[in-house]
Write a protein that binds this ligand. Structure first.
Ligand SMILES: Cc1ncc(COP(=O)(O)O)c(C=O)c1O
Length: 437
């Protein structure tokens, strides 16, 4: 029987908003979770808030580099596809700049691959090397993009914590975040394929010492692991510390892929240009993956990055940039010193971790639902952003769920901002004094 005069029944109402189920991969990689960058996005914070949260600069790349970009845009060839390995001018510039640092003549045809930012290079390595359920060891806290990049490629992240400085230390530095090499050894299983070593480290600022890297290298040798040396902050090493490249340790070249980023080097995070340096046995399969993922990277900005590397030495660009970052670091840590708050003095990168365990905020503060149900650091960072007007990033986001409590004690402040902005932030941060326990 039909209720319709024409004899047709009314079709049941179908919810068409989610007709096609999406892949479960997105869940495993936390790709669907409301991520910290969205929660602490400028749009969700008070309009006057100074953003020391996300790690991007509020200043332009050097003029002589953007001039090279403009020139490339006004030339026919660099407006078109590049070779999937990258434009030859950039590969030559990488060879000239990095070859001496690796003590070898890099082969531009087989040992260098230009990528769409460090991110895509890392993703392509995972695509090229991971079998389903292969394990990838990463030190916590870890750069959050590693997780989905590993799981999307069938890998399983295995976490080994960097141990925070002891409470008794009055002025901890990033050196006081330590690895327990036995713990690392215990994390290795027959399924372990790869270990990620990020030095200088985001978010701790740790510059791994030679002896720490030697210990990691000997485990990589013993268990035949591929090492991904994420060295995107290699140009930001302070206090005369030595940036040791694990690829240079005895026997390590053959199992290491070193990752670099024009975004970090030339204050150009939106360009999406990065590079990988490794032996042919690692670059060839990664090139095969990368060619099918992106085919090639942004051509005009490869020319600009090339010109940056070509001229950097003569212009003493990295030396000057480092001095500028040291000044920026001083402004922010002086503010914490004045407050009498504990922080980790970073030896590298442009992040500083502030210990926020003694920031007191009312439980009934009007927190949005996005930060309730997360670690205490989410609430503390939210409170600081609202009350003081300086945003930062809660560090539990850089840990797996079981270890998130370690990160809850810290907020990450990015000091890749101009000095006026940092001075204004430093002044505002003094208001925190009234909220300290
Ligand atoms: C440790 C680390 N690796 C890789 C990247 C990604 O670099 P890129 O912007 O070149 O993709 C970042 C960016 O923040 C990072 O902090």
């Amino acid at each position: 029987m039909s209720g319709q005069p024409n004899g047709h029944s009314t079709p049941p109402k179908v919810d068409r908003s989610n007709l096609i189920p999406f892949s479960s991969r997105l869940k495993e990689g936390r790709a669907l979770a409301l991520d910290v960058w969205t929660i602490f996005n400028a749009a969700n914070l008070p309009p006057h808030c100074i953003n020391l949260g996300q790690g991007y600069m509020n200043f332009a790349p050097p003029k002589w580099v953007t001039d090279a970009a403009e020139e490339a845009l006004n030339t026919v060839a660099p407006n078109h596809y590049s070779h999937p390995r990258g434009r030859i001018r950039l590969r030559e510039a990488i060879k000239a700049f990095y070859g001496p640092q690796f003590n070898r003549e890099l082969d531009v045809e087989s040992e260098i691959l230009v990528t769409s930012g460090a991110n895509e290079g890392q993703y392509s390595v995972f695509t090229a090397f991971l079998e389903q359920d292969d394990e990838v060891i990463m030190f916590e806290p870890f750069f959050d993009q590693y997780l989905p990049s590993v799981t999307f490629n069938g890998g399983k992240p295995v976490y080994v914590p960097l141990h925070p400085p002891k409470d008794s230390l009055e002025n901890p530095t990033s050196n006081d975040w330590t690895i327990d090499i036995d713990e690392l050894r215990r994390a290795v299983t027959p399924r372990t394929k790869l270990i990620i070593v990020n030095t200088p480290h985001n978010p701790v600022g740790k510059v791994f010492t030679k002896s720490e890297l030697e210990a990691i290298a000997s485990i990589a040798e013993e268990f035949n692991l591929l090492v991904m040396a994420d060295e995107v902050y290699d140009c930001l090493v302070f206090d005369g510390k030595e940036h040791v490249r694990i690829a240079n340790l005895p026997g390590m070249w053959d199992r290491t892929v070193t990752v670099g980023s024009a975004g970090k080097a030339f204050a150009a995070t939106g360009w999406r240009i990065g590079w990988l340096i490794a032996p042919k046995s690692i670059i060839q399969p990664t090139l095969a993956a990368s060619t099918r993922i992106i085919f090639c990277s942004n051509s005009p900005l490869q020319e600009a990055a090339a010109s940056g590397l070509e001229q950097a030495k003569e212009r003493k660009f990295f030396e000057n940039q480092l001095a500028e970052y040291a000044e920026r670091r001083a402004i922010i840590v002086d503010a914490f010193d004045k407050l009498g708050m504990k922080y980790t003095l970073p030896h590298g990168s442009y992040f500083v971790l502030l210990d926020i365990s003694n920031v007191d905020f009312p439980d009934n503060y009007p927190f949005p639902s996005s930060v309730l149900g997360r670690g205490r650091d989410f609430r503390a960072c939210w409170f600081i952003a609202q009350e003081v007007g300086v945003s930062s990033i809660p560090v539990s986001e850089f840990y797996c769920e079981e270890h998130a409590n370690i990160g809850e004690a810290y907020a990450r402040f990015a000091f890749c901002k101009d000095v006026d902005t940092l001075r204004a932030a430093a002044e505002r941060l003094q208001q925190l004094k009234k909220y300290l326990k």
